[in-house]
Design a binder for this molecule. Structure first.
Ligand SMILES: *Cc1c(COP(=O)(O)O)cnc(C)c1O
Length: 253
């Protein structure tokens, strides 16, 4: 297990956000960055902006729950509440790009975001040079595209397997259709894996088609069983992690 749950925001998204933001030009850094993700990517961007001294703006709709708004605000982002749908929030984000010169950082379909997530693959190779199969979560595909490029460059025989929920698996449906398609969004325990891949997908659709060796769809019952197993057998629980001291955990194995 590569426990990215131990990252400061509880997910690997700080890798892509930090790398992409560190590669901005000085004037882009001065103008700041905008995103409309309210999930782990939004938190990653806010966290990275805080650390790198880059102003970040996260556009979201009135429907986003107060605790999510507060979590992103706490990381230092300027939160703009616009309209009652994610689409309206996105329009505002694009307006800030056009009119105020902010840089837009999408959650997965961007070369530097993909490269940043790919550092996970390099770390696995460093720790486990004999790794032969990697299972990873699949949503927009930035994570596995990055890991796939990084690991297959070193060892072309490594197999990359994507795992996603049965309900609303946009990348898997797109691969089946041979082009990016939209699927109805459904509630899932795997709440970080929702959302589409973008009908105008530029990178991850092609990369996942080329680099992912197999995809697995998991139903809600199995997701729930494994989550419970993780808590019961491995004593890992992402919700409880902020309460634990990562330093102590890694010292005690
Ligand atoms: C973003 C995310 C994923 C999926 O990453 P993609 O690059 O969109 O495929 C998987 N798990 C968690 C916890 C995430 O935050």
């Amino acid at each position: 297990m590569k426990l990215e749950t131990l990252q400061p925001i509880g997910a690997f998204k700080i890798r892509g956000a930090t790398y992409a933001m560190s590669k901005l030009s000085e004037s882009q850094k001065a103008n700041g960055v905008v995103t409309c993700s309210t999930g782990n990517h939004g938190r990653g961007v806010a966290y990275a902006g805080n650390r790198l001294g880059i102003r970040t703006t996260v556009c979201m709709s009135e429907l986003v729950p107060e605790n999510k708004v507060a979590a992103i605000r706490e990381l230092g982002a300027d939160v703009r509440i616009i309209g009652i749908s994610q689409d309206e929030a996105e329009i505002e984000a694009l307006r800030l790009v056009e009119e105020e010169g902010l840089s837009y950082l999408p959650p997965f379909d961007h070369p530097d975001i993909i490269a940043g997530q790919g550092t996970i693959g390099l770390e696995i190779l460093h720790d486990l040079p004999d790794a032969d199969i990697i299972f990873g979560g699949l949503s927009g595909g930035g994570l596995l595209a990055g890991i796939g490029v990084a690991m297959k460059a070193v060892n072309p025989d490594i197999l990359i397997y994507g795992v996603t929920m049965e309900n609303g698996a946009a990348m898997m449906a797109s691969l089946d259709a041979g082009k990016p398609v939209q699927v109805p969004e459904a509630e899932s325990y795997a709440d970080s894996l929702g959302g589409g891949i973008g009908l105008d997908n530029a990178y991850t659709f092609e990369m996942i088609g080329r680099l992912m060796d197999k995809g697995f769809l998991v139903d809600e019952k199995h997701i729930a069983t494994e989550m419970a197993g993780f808590i019961e057998n491995e004593k890992w629980c992402s919700k409880a992690l902020p309460l634990l001291d990562p330093q102590r955990l890694s010292n005690t194995g």
